[in-house]
Design a protein around this ligand. Structure first.
Ligand code: HEM
Length: 403
């Protein structure tokens, strides 16, 4: 079988010409993931969406994530696979349906809209000290810490723990974000999960004695009301929310600002037409998607895009490529902040559609609108921005700007 290369540093810097070429060649490709491994990967918007919704495709894939490790070492990481397997995103019905219904309570449109003043205040407080004309690293000084602050507030956790969470979350992202994972990456992710589980074990015990209106208290209420949610599942959801609430939204802000900074005319139009912010954020999500792929494991033999694929095999849904599919989007490589009918897959599709989509949109809209309004002369400066090596979670390690 002809294996195609996608996961290397050169393509990571700009995957879009490769996506365009692969779109021309067809909707399904067999991608090299290092060593002897390759994985079937769907590029078309229609197929990605249909796989994400297909009950024959399982989201339980934490065990499969170990496959790129040497066979003799996989056993060392059974705890990693088990702990990740407790996350909502890696569950199938009926467990997924039950837990999702319960968690939806914390992410209802009303609950998220109620956070707007808090999000505006946090963004305002963080941007106020920056002086016009000064140079900052927008990732380090704003985009990285901002979403963690919000999710920590939602969970009712002190802000001083910010650095610990960012460190642990990075280790998990590096493991999850590359299909060609190494033993060292697996070890770092496993240690991070153990550290976070121990933290939440203590925090949940404290919170039981002193409940509030935060997300952890909501999860404890759910558990105490007799719903089938085990202690371990409870800790796992706290970790998953912390991870997902930070690792993606910071990249919406970073990727979005990097895109706008390279197109001053579009940024100026957004500044003069603030009501464009909603469609602008949707377009930035499509154009530089923070999550570039997700995966499913086939529960039975299936035919995908005419190719028979065996039960138990993993299929990648290339969301970032689907968001540049010319069959779905007119002029897919053009940024159009006013794009109509923008049915992008940045938040996935089907039962696992991102539970935090409304929160991410709110954070992205407030942060990008304020940055564009407050610093009209902002431009790229200093060190060249670099893309982090996690292909799945697309984001910058640094973004130096002069304000
Ligand atoms: C721009 C920011 C974000 C992006 C691009 C994003 C993207 C995604 C995608 C693509 C999925 C579906 C994955 C799949 O089908 O396998 C997903 C699921 C999920 N996201 Fe997000 N996400 C973002 C922000 C957030 C935030 C802020 C939270 C929570 C605080 C969150 C929590 C989750 C959870 C818990 C799931 C699993 C849902 C389920 O399995 O039912 N995400 N996200």
């Amino acid at each position: 079988m002809d294996k195609k290369v996608l996961f290397n540093d050169e393509i990571l810097a700009n995957p879009y010409p490769t996506y365009a070429r692969l779109h021309e060649e067809g909707p399904l490709h067999y991608l090299d993931v290092g060593g002897k491994w390759a994985v079937w990967s769907v590029f078309s918007h229609a197929e990605c969406s249909s796989i994400a919704k297909d009950p024959r495709c399982s989201a339980k894939r934490s065990q499969q994530m170990l496959l790129s490790l040497p066979l003799s070492r996989q056993k060392e990481f059974s705890e990693l696979a088990r702990m990740l397997g407790l996350w909502l995103i890696f569950m199938d019905p009926p467990e997924h349906t039950r837990l999702r219904k319960l968690l939806n309570k914390g992410f209802s449109p009303a609950a998220i809209e109620a956070l707007r003043p808090q999000v505006e205040a946090i963004v305002d407080r963080m941007l106020k000290p920056f002086e016009q004309g000064s140079e900052i690293d927008l990732m380090r000084d704003f985009a990285n810490p901002m979403p963690v602050r919000i999710i920590l507030e939602m969970l009712g956790i002190p802000q001083e723990l910010n650095d610990k969470f960012v460190r642990c979350s990075r280790a998990i992202a590096i493991f999850r974000g590359n299909p060609n994972r190494t033993v060292e990456e697996a070890r770092a992710a496993q240690n991070a999960l153990v550290e976070l589980t121990n933290f939440f074990r203590e925090t949940v015990a404290d919170r039981r004695r002193n409940k509030g209106t935060d997300l952890i208290s909501l999860l404890i209420d759910i558990e105490e009301e007799g719903e089938a949610l085990t202690e371990e599942e409870l800790y796992a959801q706290c970790i998953a929310l912390l991870f997902a609430g930070h690792e993606t939204t910071r990249n919406l802000i970073g990727n979005g600002m990097y895109t706008l900074l390279r197109r001053p005319e579009e940024a100026a139009e957004l500044r003069h037409t603030p009501e464009m912010i909603r469609s602008a954020v949707e377009e930035l999500l499509r154009y530089e998607s923070p999550v570039q792929f997700t995966a499913r494991v086939l529960k039975e033999d299936m035919e995908i895009c005419g190719q028979p694929i065996r039960k138990g095999w993993t299929v990648l849904c290339m969301l970032g490529a689907a968001n540049r599919d010319p069959k779905q989007f007119k002029d897919p490589d053009r940024l159009d902040l006013k794009r109509l009918n923008n049915q992008h897959l940045a938040f996935g599709a089907g039962a696992h559609f991102c539970i935090g989509a409304q929160l991410a949109r709110l954070e992205g809209q407030v942060a990008i609108a304020q940055l564009v309004q407050r610093f009209p002369a902002m431009k790229l400066a200093g060190a060249q921005p670099e893309w982090a090596s996690t292909f799945g979670f697309r984001g910058l390690t640094n973004l130096s700007v002069a304000l």
